[in-house]
Design a protein around this ligand. Sequence first.
Ligand SMILES: [Zn+2]
Length: 143
Amino acid sequence: MKPSTKMIDEQTGRYLPVIYPEELPFWEGAKKRELWLQKCNCCGKSWYPIGPACMHCFAMDFTWTKMSGKGTLHNFVIYHKPWTPWFKDKVPYAVINVELEEGPRLTTNILDCPLDKIEIGMPVKADYQDITDEITLVQFRPA
Ligand SMILES: [Zn+2]
């Protein structure tokens, strides 16, 4: 896998994540249906978003570590407006914030859950969605 600055999938019009070199273990893990984040070698905590230093103690000494993929739905919003043409037939849809059991919070989507069944505090687990040959998104579903 290589870093990518491609912003839009020309076939679907969908916005794509920009993949920075320092994020490659996260994206390569997602491709393998695994959730990998940085874990601090000093304080032992993990964090997200991906960055050069621990957001808890600022150490720059970390190890890429496989997370459990288990978490709790911390918060969510439901979008009714399609912000780009790709979303035209996707609304309404939910954007959720998941707190992993290891601590970090990820902003993501929930799969296979009716909007009226989404609840703060519900257990969720990671799932993966291939959106291009290169890119797999980390998503969540009810656990
Ligand atoms: Zn730390």
